[in-house]
Write a protein of this length. Structure first.
Length: 440
């Protein structure tokens, strides 16, 4: 697990550097194939180390499998991040929640199957995943990406400087919060690293339940907090993780309940971070690979360092009192981070740096945001005109009159727009425009 984390960190770091030259990895036919092949081969070596090599070299086969699995899975995460960004932050949350629930259910199914059957199915998962991605890869290929934009000839260096500064601030902030959550997750996992097999089995089942609860909770709180990621992170995710450390300092089985609460908060944040990539890429008009690779690199680095530190603390702390002090210090740090985070000038729309177009008046900003959304979704010029009227709340009759087209033609355009945005009503379209288009 540590080796996979290490190669995850190195893989995401390499992707972060490469994203300057190749802003969109998902447009290449070779990248998904390479990622799937690496993960498939790695999973095969981990599942059947002795069958893939001579018996005396099975340990090396297992370690090599862990290494290439870490690299392949890093590329796969970036590919899915690019695809979900096009769909928008709101749909990213929905798909991430569904993926967590389905994946957790599949994990439980595997745990009840015979060992050889479970290993065989696990080996096939990377191939199935990349096959699913390639079926939707056309979305990434046809969508307008930030790299497609040609700089305006009259754009001065001084006008580009605020956008560049804002992007750097966004990268630093997402790196910092990802590192913090990764450290906290790794520390809690490290506390259980030397536990008995039976305790780890119980912990794993609790972990699955916590993942499902964390993913489900985000659907409830998105309506309460109106997709305000700042409040969702610091008023839901962090308190859950702090409560986890408090319960962990108590005796069995309350320590397991603490682990479950902590994992629930972490999974809640993990889904937020995916939606945040979509929001950052859309607001700042930058490739999602930049934000995704950096935040995942810091998240995995935090897990790596935290898990090693947690395991060492368990070795050094040979009495419950010392572990209670460690847990109390962890809670204190979490509350301190939360306190200082609230002091930063976050706007009401989400994270902290989402006003790159703030100098414009409301009308130009509205039209430019809609045009960007229309290009991302592959709308035709006529469909873009219809979209602007729909965004203003106009009905089909008004649109047909305004654009001098028949009502049937207007209905056809509206249906195509709904399909390209993945919605089924005008209100759902307005909600998506409000969040992803910054049209307020």
């Amino acid at each position: 697990w540590l080796l996979s984390l290490l190669t995850n960190v190195l893989g995401y770091g390499a992707l972060f550097v490469m994203s300057r030259k190749r802003p969109v990895f998902g447009r290449s036919s070779a990248v998904p194939l390479v990622a799937g092949a690496l993960t498939l081969m790695g999973t095969l070596l981990v599942s059947y180390p002795s069958a893939a090599s001579f018996n005396e070299a099975s340990s090396f086969a297992y370690l090599f499998g862990a290494l290439i699995t870490g690299v392949g899975s890093a590329v796969e995460v970036i590919l899915w991040g690019e695809l979900l960004t096009i769909l928008g932050a709101r749909q990213t949350i929905v798909y991430s929640m569904l993926a967590t629930v389905i994946g957790s259910a599949f994990y439980l199914l595997l745990s009840f199957l015979p060992d050889q059957v479970a290993r065989f199915l696990t080996v096939g998962l990377p191939a199935a995943e990349m096959w699913l991605f390639t079926r939707k890869q056309s979305i990434v290929r046809t969508a307008r990406q930030p790299s497609d934009e040609v700089a305006s000839p009259d754009a001065s260096p001084s006008s580009r400087k605020p956008r560049l500064t804002t992007t750097r601030k966004a990268l630093l902030e997402i790196a910092g919060i990802s590192l913090f959550f990764g450290l906290s997750y790794g520390l809690m996992k490290g506390f259980f690293a030397l536990s008995s097999d039976n305790l780890i089995t119980v912990r794993d089942y609790l972990n699955i339940v916590a993942l499902i609860l964390g993913a489900t909770a985000i659907l409830v709180t998105t309506s309460v907090f109106r997709m305000d990621f700042r409040h969702m992170t610091y008023q839901v995710a962090l308190p859950l993780m702090a409560a986890g450390f408090i319960f962990f300092s108590l005796t069995y089985p309350l320590d397991l309940i603490g682990f479950a609460l902590h994992q629930m908060g972490y999974q809640y944040f993990y889904i937020i971070i995916w939606a945040l990539w979509a929001l950052l890429a859309r607001k700042l008009d930058k490739p999602v690979a930049r934000f995704a690779s950096l935040s995942m690199m810091m998240l995995m680095a935090g897990q790596l360092v935290g898990s090693i530190a947690g395991a060492q603390l368990v070795l050094l702390a040979d009495d419950p009192y010392t572990m209670a002090v460690v847990a109390a210090c962890s809670v204190f740090v979490i509350l301190l981070v939360s306190l200082f985070a609230f002091e930063s000038p976050f706007p009401e729309s989400g994270w902290s740096m989402f006003d790159p177009l703030g100098q414009d008046g409301p009308a130009p900003r509205f039209r430019r945001s809609l045009k960007k959304l229309a290009e991302m979704r592959g709308l035709s010029p006529r469909e873009t005109e219809v979209l602007e009227l729909l965004a203003k709340g106009r009905n089909c009759s008004f649109i047909s009159t305004q654009l001098v087209i028949s009502e049937e033609t207007a209905k056809t355009h509206i249906k195509r727009i709904y399909r390209k945005f993945g919605v089924h009503s005008q209100q759902a379209l307005l909600d998506m425009i409000e969040l992803d288009g910054d049209c307020h």
